[in-house]
Write a protein that binds this ligand. Structure first.
Ligand code: FPP
Length: 242
């Protein structure tokens, strides 16, 4: 199936914020008789290429699903390999300041290795003023977990008398999530043929256009993104209206 296009749509037809579920790394590796971590390694390269391409197109934000709250169930060496890839990416981000990417990590950092937590803080602080593109990396992230944490935070504010329950509206709830202050994703892409959200941005995806593609994430190219963007540009977004 050809899911590629050589050029993207015009800039005013592009989404402001794209979510990507980077799926299919394991299958990519299995097809080649390689260990699963090699698939993640290729997937991390694809991530770098696609973020740079999205930035060059003028897309404001990309959120990628790198590690879910459920991924701790994977074999130890696969989890370690994923953490190493993140370390490497954060290191590269700090060196390549000309990428002009602002990094934010979405998710519960507490269970992460101490050195990684430190590197995340440094990378977030150093990239705070960058304006090229916002890169949200969902790491130890779960959509339900995020909503429960937000609810708890608001409940605590009520108990302390800082907030009244009737003041809780959608805007205030959004501000209690990891993505506080950012626009919701307009478009969520999941490659590899699976057709589900898998606990990704459950609140923020309320009106997102979804697209499911067959290509495995390590094989995903800028031309695949062009094709997906044409699909998005052709959608009629009504937000519940007519
Ligand atoms: C899902 O594929 C992918 C993941 C759980 C990890 C995604 C992580 C990366 C691409 C690399 C690290 C990220 C950054 C930001 C540097 P799968 O393993 O479930 O694939 P399968 O369904 O084919 O087994």
């Amino acid at each position: 199936m050809n899911e590629t296009a050589s050029t993207p749509p015009a800039r005013d037809l592009l989404p402001r914020h794209i979510g990507i579920i980077m799926d299919g790394n394991g299958r990519w590796a299995a097809k080649r008789g390689l260990p699963r971590k090699m698939g993640h390694q290729e997937g991390a390269k694809t991530f770098g290429k696609i973020v740079r391409y999205a930035r060059d197109l003028g897309i404001g934000a990309v959120t990628v699903y790198a590690f879910s709250t459920e991924n701790w169930k994977r074999p130890r060496d696969e989890v370690d390999a994923l953490m190493d890839l993140l370390r490497r990416y954060l290191g590269e981000l700090r060196q390549h300041k000309d990428d002009n990417a602002r990094l934010l990590i979405l998710g519960d950092r507490n269970p992460l290795p101490e050195d990684l937590r430190q590197t995340i803080l440094q990378a977030e602080q150093e990239s705070r003023e960058n304006t090229g593109i916002t890169v949200n990396v969902a790491l130890n992230y779960g959509g339900r977990d995020e909503i429960v944490r937000g609810a708890r935070q608001l409940a605590e504010a009520c108990l302390k008398g800082e907030l009244r329950p009737e003041e809780i509206d959608e805007e205030r709830f959004s501000a209690a999530l990891y993505t506080a202050g950012q626009p919701d994703p307009d478009f969520i892409i999941r490659p590899s043929g699976e057709m589900r959200l898998s606990n990704f941005m459950l609140w923020q995806a309320a009106y997102a256009e979804l697209i499911f593609m067959h290509v495995l994430w390590p094989d995903f190219t800028p031309e695949h993104l062009n094709w997906a963007l044409w699909e998005y540009a052709g959608r009629n977004r009504r937000f519940g209206g007519v």
